[in-house]
Design a protein around this ligand. Structure first.
Ligand SMILES: Cc1cc2nc3c(=O)[nH]c(=O)nc-3n(C[C@H](O)[C@H](O)[C@H](O)COP(=O)(O)O)c2cc1C
Ligand code: SF4
Length: 450
Protein backbone atom coordinates (compact mmCIF):
# COMPACT_ATOMS: atom_id res chain seq x y z
CA UNK A 1 0.00 0.00 0.00
CA UNK A 2 1.28 3.45 -0.88
CA UNK A 3 2.05 5.91 1.84
CA UNK A 4 -0.73 8.35 2.81
CA UNK A 5 0.01 11.71 4.35
CA UNK A 6 -3.21 13.66 3.80
CA UNK A 7 -5.78 10.88 3.75
CA UNK A 8 -4.11 8.57 6.30
CA UNK A 9 -7.01 8.79 8.76
CA UNK A 10 -9.84 9.24 6.26
CA UNK A 11 -11.59 6.05 7.45
CA UNK A 12 -11.45 6.94 11.16
CA UNK A 13 -14.98 7.63 12.44
CA UNK A 14 -15.32 11.25 13.61
CA UNK A 15 -12.07 12.43 11.98
CA UNK A 16 -14.00 15.52 10.83
CA UNK A 17 -14.23 16.65 14.48
CA UNK A 18 -11.54 18.49 16.41
CA UNK A 19 -11.50 15.87 19.16
CA UNK A 20 -10.75 12.86 16.95
CA UNK A 21 -8.41 14.81 14.66
CA UNK A 22 -6.42 15.87 17.74
CA UNK A 23 -6.36 12.29 19.10
CA UNK A 24 -4.81 11.22 15.80
CA UNK A 25 -1.97 13.69 16.23
CA UNK A 26 -3.69 16.75 14.76
CA UNK A 27 -2.39 20.26 15.51
CA UNK A 28 1.10 18.97 16.36
CA UNK A 29 2.41 20.93 13.37
CA UNK A 30 0.92 24.13 14.81
CA UNK A 31 2.53 23.44 18.20
CA UNK A 32 5.87 22.71 16.56
CA UNK A 33 5.79 25.81 14.36
CA UNK A 34 4.56 28.35 16.89
CA UNK A 35 6.53 27.07 19.89
CA UNK A 36 9.82 25.93 18.38
CA UNK A 37 10.35 27.56 14.98
CA UNK A 38 10.59 31.11 13.66
CA UNK A 39 8.40 32.02 10.65
CA UNK A 40 11.54 31.99 8.47
CA UNK A 41 12.37 28.46 9.66
CA UNK A 42 8.89 27.27 8.67
CA UNK A 43 9.38 28.78 5.20
CA UNK A 44 12.75 27.00 5.04
CA UNK A 45 11.15 23.60 5.86
CA UNK A 46 8.59 24.07 3.09
CA UNK A 47 11.36 25.06 0.67
CA UNK A 48 13.35 21.94 1.59
CA UNK A 49 10.28 19.75 1.03
CA UNK A 50 10.20 20.68 -2.66
CA UNK A 51 6.38 21.03 -2.42
CA UNK A 52 4.91 22.44 -5.62
CA UNK A 53 1.54 24.18 -5.80
CA UNK A 54 -1.27 21.66 -6.15
CA UNK A 55 -3.73 24.13 -7.77
CA UNK A 56 -2.49 23.52 -11.31
CA UNK A 57 0.63 25.50 -12.17
CA UNK A 58 3.01 23.56 -9.88
CA UNK A 59 4.95 26.61 -8.71
CA UNK A 60 7.26 25.81 -5.73
CA UNK A 61 5.36 26.80 -2.58
CA UNK A 62 8.36 27.68 -0.40
CA UNK A 63 9.73 29.94 -3.12
CA UNK A 64 6.35 31.66 -3.50
CA UNK A 65 6.31 32.30 0.25
CA UNK A 66 9.82 33.74 0.21
CA UNK A 67 8.80 36.26 -2.52
CA UNK A 68 6.19 37.84 -0.21
CA UNK A 69 6.95 41.54 0.24
CA UNK A 70 7.25 42.69 3.86
CA UNK A 71 6.86 46.47 3.97
CA UNK A 72 6.71 47.97 7.49
CA UNK A 73 3.25 48.55 8.95
CA UNK A 74 1.35 46.88 6.07
CA UNK A 75 -0.72 43.74 6.74
CA UNK A 76 0.02 40.53 4.84
CA UNK A 77 -2.64 38.02 3.87
CA UNK A 78 -2.89 34.32 3.17
CA UNK A 79 -5.81 33.35 0.96
CA UNK A 80 -6.69 29.72 0.39
CA UNK A 81 -8.06 28.96 -3.05
CA UNK A 82 -10.91 26.50 -2.51
CA UNK A 83 -12.87 27.54 -5.61
CA UNK A 84 -12.32 24.17 -7.33
CA UNK A 85 -14.45 24.50 -10.45
CA UNK A 86 -12.26 22.80 -13.05
CA UNK A 87 -14.17 19.98 -14.77
CA UNK A 88 -12.71 16.67 -13.55
CA UNK A 89 -11.24 18.05 -10.32
CA UNK A 90 -12.93 17.30 -7.00
CA UNK A 91 -10.12 16.54 -4.55
CA UNK A 92 -10.20 19.75 -2.48
CA UNK A 93 -13.86 19.39 -1.56
CA UNK A 94 -13.16 15.76 -0.58
CA UNK A 95 -10.43 16.86 1.83
CA UNK A 96 -12.49 19.74 3.22
CA UNK A 97 -15.54 17.54 3.71
CA UNK A 98 -13.87 14.66 5.47
CA UNK A 99 -10.79 16.15 7.18
CA UNK A 100 -11.53 19.89 7.48
CA UNK A 101 -9.03 20.32 10.32
CA UNK A 102 -6.17 19.33 7.98
CA UNK A 103 -6.86 22.55 6.08
CA UNK A 104 -7.42 24.66 9.21
CA UNK A 105 -4.16 23.38 10.71
CA UNK A 106 -2.32 24.11 7.45
CA UNK A 107 -3.83 27.61 7.37
CA UNK A 108 -2.45 28.34 10.86
CA UNK A 109 1.02 27.02 9.99
CA UNK A 110 1.15 28.92 6.68
CA UNK A 111 -0.28 32.15 8.13
CA UNK A 112 2.35 32.06 10.89
CA UNK A 113 5.12 31.49 8.32
CA UNK A 114 3.94 34.45 6.26
CA UNK A 115 3.28 36.79 9.19
CA UNK A 116 -0.44 37.02 8.37
CA UNK A 117 -2.88 37.82 11.17
CA UNK A 118 -6.02 37.64 9.02
CA UNK A 119 -6.51 34.84 6.52
CA UNK A 120 -9.31 33.70 4.24
CA UNK A 121 -10.56 30.46 2.74
CA UNK A 122 -12.39 31.33 -0.49
CA UNK A 123 -14.73 28.41 -1.14
CA UNK A 124 -16.65 27.85 -4.36
CA UNK A 125 -20.09 29.40 -3.76
CA UNK A 126 -22.00 26.25 -4.70
CA UNK A 127 -20.24 24.24 -1.98
CA UNK A 128 -22.49 25.23 0.90
CA UNK A 129 -21.99 21.95 2.84
CA UNK A 130 -18.21 22.47 2.80
CA UNK A 131 -18.61 26.10 3.87
CA UNK A 132 -20.64 24.99 6.89
CA UNK A 133 -18.16 22.21 7.70
CA UNK A 134 -15.21 24.63 7.64
CA UNK A 135 -17.04 27.22 9.75
CA UNK A 136 -17.74 24.57 12.36
CA UNK A 137 -14.11 23.41 12.30
CA UNK A 138 -12.91 27.00 12.79
CA UNK A 139 -15.21 27.38 15.81
CA UNK A 140 -13.81 24.15 17.30
CA UNK A 141 -10.19 25.20 16.72
CA UNK A 142 -10.90 28.60 18.24
CA UNK A 143 -12.53 27.08 21.32
CA UNK A 144 -9.41 24.93 21.81
CA UNK A 145 -7.11 27.96 21.65
CA UNK A 146 -5.63 27.31 18.18
CA UNK A 147 -7.17 30.44 16.61
CA UNK A 148 -7.86 33.96 17.84
CA UNK A 149 -5.61 36.00 20.13
CA UNK A 150 -2.39 34.78 21.72
CA UNK A 151 -2.57 31.26 20.24
CA UNK A 152 -1.16 28.66 22.68
CA UNK A 153 0.23 31.55 24.75
CA UNK A 154 2.81 32.35 22.05
CA UNK A 155 1.62 35.90 21.36
CA UNK A 156 0.65 35.01 17.77
CA UNK A 157 -2.84 36.17 16.70
CA UNK A 158 -4.85 34.81 13.77
CA UNK A 159 -8.43 35.35 12.61
CA UNK A 160 -9.60 32.94 9.93
CA UNK A 161 -12.66 33.57 7.74
CA UNK A 162 -14.54 31.49 5.19
CA UNK A 163 -15.78 33.42 2.15
CA UNK A 164 -18.33 31.90 -0.26
CA UNK A 165 -17.16 32.35 -3.86
CA UNK A 166 -18.82 34.32 -6.64
CA UNK A 167 -20.09 31.29 -8.57
CA UNK A 168 -17.83 31.41 -11.64
CA UNK A 169 -14.89 29.26 -12.72
CA UNK A 170 -12.82 32.39 -13.36
CA UNK A 171 -13.02 33.25 -9.63
CA UNK A 172 -10.46 30.44 -9.15
CA UNK A 173 -7.83 32.45 -11.04
CA UNK A 174 -5.91 34.01 -8.19
CA UNK A 175 -6.29 37.69 -9.09
CA UNK A 176 -9.97 37.28 -10.04
CA UNK A 177 -10.38 35.56 -6.67
CA UNK A 178 -8.85 38.57 -4.90
CA UNK A 179 -11.17 40.95 -6.78
CA UNK A 180 -14.14 38.79 -5.78
CA UNK A 181 -12.94 38.63 -2.16
CA UNK A 182 -12.85 42.44 -2.16
CA UNK A 183 -16.53 42.40 -3.18
CA UNK A 184 -16.07 43.16 -6.87
CA UNK A 185 -16.81 41.19 -10.03
CA UNK A 186 -14.24 38.40 -10.38
CA UNK A 187 -12.21 39.74 -13.30
CA UNK A 188 -8.52 38.75 -13.49
CA UNK A 189 -6.04 41.58 -12.94
CA UNK A 190 -3.21 42.47 -15.29
CA UNK A 191 0.12 41.27 -13.82
CA UNK A 192 2.52 42.63 -12.68
CA UNK A 193 2.08 43.59 -9.94
CA UNK A 194 1.79 40.06 -8.60
CA UNK A 195 -0.19 39.31 -5.42
CA UNK A 196 3.09 38.85 -3.48
CA UNK A 197 3.54 42.62 -3.81
CA UNK A 198 0.00 43.98 -4.28
CA UNK A 199 -2.70 41.42 -3.60
CA UNK A 200 -5.74 41.62 -1.34
CA UNK A 201 -6.59 45.30 -0.61
CA UNK A 202 -3.32 46.11 -2.40
CA UNK A 203 -1.33 44.40 0.37
CA UNK A 204 1.21 41.56 0.00
CA UNK A 205 -0.73 38.30 -0.36
CA UNK A 206 -0.07 34.62 -0.93
CA UNK A 207 -2.77 32.59 -2.69
CA UNK A 208 -2.41 28.82 -2.31
CA UNK A 209 -4.51 25.81 -3.16
CA UNK A 210 -6.27 23.77 -0.42
CA UNK A 211 -4.02 20.75 -0.93
CA UNK A 212 -0.81 22.84 -0.95
CA UNK A 213 -1.77 24.36 2.39
CA UNK A 214 -2.83 21.03 3.93
CA UNK A 215 0.48 19.47 2.78
CA UNK A 216 2.44 21.84 5.04
CA UNK A 217 1.15 19.83 8.04
CA UNK A 218 2.95 16.54 7.20
CA UNK A 219 5.93 18.59 5.98
CA UNK A 220 6.35 20.18 9.40
CA UNK A 221 5.63 16.95 11.24
CA UNK A 222 8.17 14.86 9.33
CA UNK A 223 10.56 17.65 8.31
CA UNK A 224 11.04 19.06 4.82
CA UNK A 225 13.97 16.79 3.98
CA UNK A 226 12.02 13.60 4.78
CA UNK A 227 9.06 14.80 2.72
CA UNK A 228 11.39 15.45 -0.23
CA UNK A 229 12.47 11.78 -0.17
CA UNK A 230 8.97 10.78 -1.33
CA UNK A 231 8.48 11.04 -5.09
CA UNK A 232 11.08 11.59 -7.77
CA UNK A 233 12.98 14.45 -9.38
CA UNK A 234 11.25 17.78 -8.72
CA UNK A 235 7.95 16.01 -8.03
CA UNK A 236 8.13 15.40 -4.30
CA UNK A 237 5.57 14.15 -1.82
CA UNK A 238 2.09 12.81 -2.37
CA UNK A 239 -0.68 14.16 -4.59
CA UNK A 240 -4.44 13.86 -4.52
CA UNK A 241 -5.83 12.70 -7.84
CA UNK A 242 -9.51 13.02 -8.79
CA UNK A 243 -10.15 10.03 -11.05
CA UNK A 244 -13.24 9.91 -13.25
CA UNK A 245 -14.57 8.80 -16.62
CA UNK A 246 -14.75 5.20 -17.85
CA UNK A 247 -13.00 3.50 -14.94
CA UNK A 248 -14.23 0.92 -12.48
CA UNK A 249 -13.38 2.89 -9.34
CA UNK A 250 -13.84 6.64 -9.73
CA UNK A 251 -12.85 8.65 -6.67
CA UNK A 252 -10.10 10.61 -4.94
CA UNK A 253 -6.75 8.83 -4.48
CA UNK A 254 -3.61 9.93 -2.70
CA UNK A 255 -0.63 8.72 -4.70
CA UNK A 256 3.11 8.99 -4.18
CA UNK A 257 4.36 11.07 -7.08
CA UNK A 258 6.27 8.80 -9.45
CA UNK A 259 3.59 6.09 -9.71
CA UNK A 260 3.42 4.71 -13.29
CA UNK A 261 0.30 5.94 -15.10
CA UNK A 262 -0.46 2.38 -16.21
CA UNK A 263 -0.52 1.19 -12.58
CA UNK A 264 -2.78 4.07 -11.62
CA UNK A 265 -5.31 3.18 -14.34
CA UNK A 266 -5.26 -0.60 -14.07
CA UNK A 267 -4.39 -1.53 -10.49
CA UNK A 268 -7.17 -2.38 -8.04
CA UNK A 269 -5.63 -0.04 -5.50
CA UNK A 270 -6.60 2.88 -7.75
CA UNK A 271 -8.87 3.12 -10.81
CA UNK A 272 -9.34 -0.66 -11.19
CA UNK A 273 -9.18 -0.68 -15.00
CA UNK A 274 -11.56 0.41 -17.76
CA UNK A 275 -15.27 -0.27 -17.33
CA UNK A 276 -16.73 -3.33 -19.09
CA UNK A 277 -13.23 -4.46 -20.08
CA UNK A 278 -13.14 -1.89 -22.89
CA UNK A 279 -9.95 -0.49 -24.37
CA UNK A 280 -8.38 2.74 -23.23
CA UNK A 281 -8.71 5.48 -25.84
CA UNK A 282 -7.41 8.67 -24.24
CA UNK A 283 -6.77 10.48 -20.96
CA UNK A 284 -7.03 14.07 -19.84
CA UNK A 285 -4.52 13.86 -17.00
CA UNK A 286 -4.70 17.16 -15.15
CA UNK A 287 -8.21 18.61 -15.36
CA UNK A 288 -10.01 19.88 -18.47
CA UNK A 289 -7.39 22.58 -19.16
CA UNK A 290 -4.52 20.29 -20.13
CA UNK A 291 -3.83 18.62 -23.50
CA UNK A 292 -5.55 15.27 -24.08
CA UNK A 293 -3.27 12.31 -24.85
CA UNK A 294 -4.14 9.09 -26.73
CA UNK A 295 -3.64 5.74 -24.96
CA UNK A 296 -0.19 5.05 -26.40
CA UNK A 297 1.20 8.42 -25.30
CA UNK A 298 -0.32 8.46 -21.83
CA UNK A 299 1.13 5.03 -21.00
CA UNK A 300 4.56 5.61 -22.57
CA UNK A 301 6.47 8.72 -23.57
CA UNK A 302 7.52 9.21 -27.19
CA UNK A 303 10.93 7.85 -26.12
CA UNK A 304 9.25 4.59 -25.08
CA UNK A 305 9.71 5.12 -21.33
CA UNK A 306 6.91 4.40 -18.87
CA UNK A 307 4.90 7.57 -18.28
CA UNK A 308 4.88 8.43 -14.57
CA UNK A 309 2.55 10.53 -12.46
CA UNK A 310 5.04 13.41 -12.05
CA UNK A 311 5.16 16.98 -13.31
CA UNK A 312 8.21 16.12 -15.46
CA UNK A 313 7.17 12.78 -16.93
CA UNK A 314 3.68 13.92 -17.94
CA UNK A 315 5.21 16.97 -19.62
CA UNK A 316 7.86 14.93 -21.43
CA UNK A 317 7.71 15.66 -25.15
CA UNK A 318 6.22 19.13 -24.69
CA UNK A 319 2.80 19.65 -26.19
CA UNK A 320 3.71 17.56 -29.24
CA UNK A 321 3.53 14.29 -27.28
CA UNK A 322 3.13 15.29 -23.61
CA UNK A 323 0.66 16.99 -21.28
CA UNK A 324 0.57 18.33 -17.69
CA UNK A 325 -0.18 17.07 -14.18
CA UNK A 326 -2.23 20.25 -13.61
CA UNK A 327 -4.72 19.98 -10.77
CA UNK A 328 -4.71 16.17 -10.93
CA UNK A 329 -8.16 15.81 -12.51
CA UNK A 330 -7.62 12.47 -14.29
CA UNK A 331 -10.40 11.81 -16.85
CA UNK A 332 -10.30 8.46 -18.64
CA UNK A 333 -11.97 7.88 -22.04
CA UNK A 334 -12.76 4.38 -23.31
CA UNK A 335 -12.86 3.29 -26.95
CA UNK A 336 -16.52 4.38 -27.33
CA UNK A 337 -15.92 8.00 -26.45
CA UNK A 338 -16.34 10.57 -29.19
CA UNK A 339 -13.40 12.97 -29.07
CA UNK A 340 -15.22 15.64 -31.11
CA UNK A 341 -18.21 15.59 -28.78
CA UNK A 342 -16.05 15.73 -25.66
CA UNK A 343 -13.93 18.55 -27.09
CA UNK A 344 -17.07 20.51 -27.94
CA UNK A 345 -18.30 19.94 -24.39
CA UNK A 346 -15.09 21.41 -22.94
CA UNK A 347 -15.23 24.31 -25.41
CA UNK A 348 -18.81 25.11 -24.31
CA UNK A 349 -17.59 25.32 -20.73
CA UNK A 350 -14.74 27.73 -21.51
CA UNK A 351 -16.94 29.92 -23.68
CA UNK A 352 -19.49 30.14 -20.89
CA UNK A 353 -16.83 30.91 -18.28
CA UNK A 354 -14.75 33.49 -20.21
CA UNK A 355 -15.01 36.77 -18.32
CA UNK A 356 -14.90 38.67 -21.61
CA UNK A 357 -12.13 41.13 -20.79
CA UNK A 358 -9.84 40.18 -23.68
CA UNK A 359 -10.95 39.78 -27.29
CA UNK A 360 -8.98 36.62 -28.20
CA UNK A 361 -10.61 34.71 -25.32
CA UNK A 362 -14.06 36.29 -25.47
CA UNK A 363 -14.44 35.88 -29.26
CA UNK A 364 -12.18 32.86 -29.75
CA UNK A 365 -13.87 30.61 -27.21
CA UNK A 366 -17.25 31.34 -28.78
CA UNK A 367 -15.90 30.73 -32.25
CA UNK A 368 -14.34 27.39 -31.27
CA UNK A 369 -17.57 26.28 -29.63
CA UNK A 370 -19.60 27.15 -32.73
CA UNK A 371 -17.24 25.37 -35.15
CA UNK A 372 -17.02 22.28 -32.93
CA UNK A 373 -20.79 22.21 -32.67
CA UNK A 374 -21.23 22.15 -36.43
CA UNK A 375 -18.55 19.48 -36.82
CA UNK A 376 -20.15 17.34 -34.14
CA UNK A 377 -23.58 17.61 -35.76
CA UNK A 378 -22.32 16.82 -39.26
CA UNK A 379 -22.46 20.29 -40.83
CA UNK A 380 -18.72 20.96 -40.79
CA UNK A 381 -16.23 21.41 -43.63
CA UNK A 382 -12.68 20.03 -43.87
CA UNK A 383 -11.35 23.60 -43.62
CA UNK A 384 -13.06 23.92 -40.21
CA UNK A 385 -10.41 21.65 -38.69
CA UNK A 386 -7.55 23.98 -39.59
CA UNK A 387 -9.71 26.94 -38.69
CA UNK A 388 -9.98 25.54 -35.15
CA UNK A 389 -6.20 25.12 -34.98
CA UNK A 390 -5.75 28.68 -36.20
CA UNK A 391 -8.20 30.16 -33.67
CA UNK A 392 -6.63 28.17 -30.81
CA UNK A 393 -3.19 29.52 -31.76
CA UNK A 394 -4.50 33.07 -31.80
CA UNK A 395 -5.89 32.69 -28.27
CA UNK A 396 -2.84 30.94 -26.76
CA UNK A 397 -0.47 33.35 -25.03
CA UNK A 398 -2.48 36.43 -26.02
CA UNK A 399 -4.73 36.90 -23.04
CA UNK A 400 -4.68 38.49 -19.58
CA UNK A 401 -5.08 35.21 -17.70
CA UNK A 402 -4.45 31.51 -18.46
CA UNK A 403 -8.14 30.73 -19.09
CA UNK A 404 -7.46 31.49 -22.76
CA UNK A 405 -4.69 28.88 -22.89
CA UNK A 406 -6.88 26.45 -20.96
CA UNK A 407 -9.56 26.79 -23.64
CA UNK A 408 -7.12 26.51 -26.54
CA UNK A 409 -5.04 23.50 -25.44
CA UNK A 410 -7.81 20.85 -25.33
CA UNK A 411 -8.95 21.80 -28.84
CA UNK A 412 -5.47 21.95 -30.34
CA UNK A 413 -4.39 18.67 -28.73
CA UNK A 414 -7.59 16.83 -29.73
CA UNK A 415 -6.96 17.74 -33.37
CA UNK A 416 -3.23 16.96 -33.07
CA UNK A 417 -3.89 13.42 -31.86
CA UNK A 418 -7.35 12.60 -33.29
CA UNK A 419 -7.54 14.52 -36.60
CA UNK A 420 -8.98 11.46 -38.34
CA UNK A 421 -11.98 11.55 -36.03
CA UNK A 422 -12.68 15.18 -36.91
CA UNK A 423 -12.37 14.28 -40.60
CA UNK A 424 -14.76 11.36 -40.07
CA UNK A 425 -17.37 13.82 -38.86
CA UNK A 426 -16.99 15.92 -42.00
CA UNK A 427 -17.13 12.92 -44.35
CA UNK A 428 -20.07 11.23 -42.62
CA UNK A 429 -22.09 14.42 -42.06
CA UNK A 430 -25.63 13.05 -41.71
CA UNK A 431 -24.50 9.83 -40.05
CA UNK A 432 -22.54 11.82 -37.47
CA UNK A 433 -25.75 13.62 -36.58
CA UNK A 434 -27.54 10.40 -35.70
CA UNK A 435 -24.91 8.27 -34.10
CA UNK A 436 -24.63 8.20 -30.35
CA UNK A 437 -21.04 8.12 -29.23
CA UNK A 438 -20.40 8.74 -25.61
CA UNK A 439 -19.71 11.77 -23.52
CA UNK A 440 -17.38 11.02 -20.61
CA UNK A 441 -18.88 11.47 -17.19
CA UNK A 442 -16.41 13.61 -15.35
CA UNK A 443 -18.64 15.34 -12.86
CA UNK A 444 -17.97 14.71 -9.21
CA UNK A 445 -18.68 11.00 -8.72
CA UNK A 446 -18.89 11.47 -4.97
CA UNK A 447 -22.01 12.49 -3.24
CA UNK A 448 -20.61 14.96 -0.77
CA UNK A 449 -22.97 15.65 2.07
CA UNK A 450 -22.68 18.14 4.87
C1 LIG B 1 -9.41 29.97 -14.85
C2 LIG B 1 -8.59 29.50 -13.70
C3 LIG B 1 -9.19 28.83 -12.65
C4 LIG B 1 -8.43 28.40 -11.56
N1 LIG B 1 -9.06 27.72 -10.56
C5 LIG B 1 -8.33 27.32 -9.48
C6 LIG B 1 -8.96 26.67 -8.39
O1 LIG B 1 -10.17 26.44 -8.39
N2 LIG B 1 -8.19 26.28 -7.34
C7 LIG B 1 -6.84 26.54 -7.31
O2 LIG B 1 -6.18 26.22 -6.32
N3 LIG B 1 -6.23 27.15 -8.33
C8 LIG B 1 -6.94 27.56 -9.40
N4 LIG B 1 -6.30 28.23 -10.41
C9 LIG B 1 -4.85 28.53 -10.26
C10 LIG B 1 -4.67 29.80 -9.40
O3 LIG B 1 -4.67 30.94 -10.26
C11 LIG B 1 -3.36 29.78 -8.62
O4 LIG B 1 -2.31 29.48 -9.50
C12 LIG B 1 -3.36 28.76 -7.47
O5 LIG B 1 -4.44 28.95 -6.60
C13 LIG B 1 -2.05 28.90 -6.69
O6 LIG B 1 -2.00 27.95 -5.67
P1 LIG B 1 -0.84 26.84 -5.59
O7 LIG B 1 0.46 27.57 -5.86
O8 LIG B 1 -0.94 26.32 -4.22
O9 LIG B 1 -1.15 25.85 -6.65
C14 LIG B 1 -7.04 28.66 -11.52
C15 LIG B 1 -6.43 29.32 -12.59
C16 LIG B 1 -7.19 29.73 -13.67
C17 LIG B 1 -6.52 30.45 -14.79
S1 SF4 C 1 -8.30 35.16 -20.79
FE1 SF4 C 1 -10.53 35.05 -20.83
S2 SF4 C 1 -11.10 34.74 -18.70
FE2 SF4 C 1 -8.95 35.48 -18.69
S3 SF4 C 1 -9.12 37.70 -18.51
FE3 SF4 C 1 -9.10 37.26 -20.70
S4 SF4 C 1 -11.30 37.12 -21.26
FE4 SF4 C 1 -11.15 36.95 -19.04
Amino acid sequence: MARKLLLEHIQVPGINTFEVYRQKGGYRAVEKALKTLSPEEVVEEVKKSGLRGRGGAGFPTGMKWSFLAKPEGVPRYLVCNADESEPGTFKDRYLMTHIPHALIEGMIVASYALGANTSYIYVRGEMMPQIRILERAIEEAKAAGFLGSNILGTGYNLELYVQPGGGAYICGEETALLESLEGKRGNPRIKPPFPAVAGLYNCPTVVNNVESIAATVPILNMGGEEYAKIGIERSTGTKLISASGNINKPGVYEIELGLPVEEFIYSDEYCGGITNGKRLKAVVAGGSSVPILPANLILKTAKGENRLMTYESLADGGFATGTMLGSGGFIVFDEDQCIVRNTWNFARFYHHESCGQCSPCREGTGWMEKVLHRLEYGHGKMSDIDLLVDVSKKIEGNTICPLGDAAAWPVASAIRHFRDEFEWHVIHGEEAQHRNFGLAHYADPLTVEG
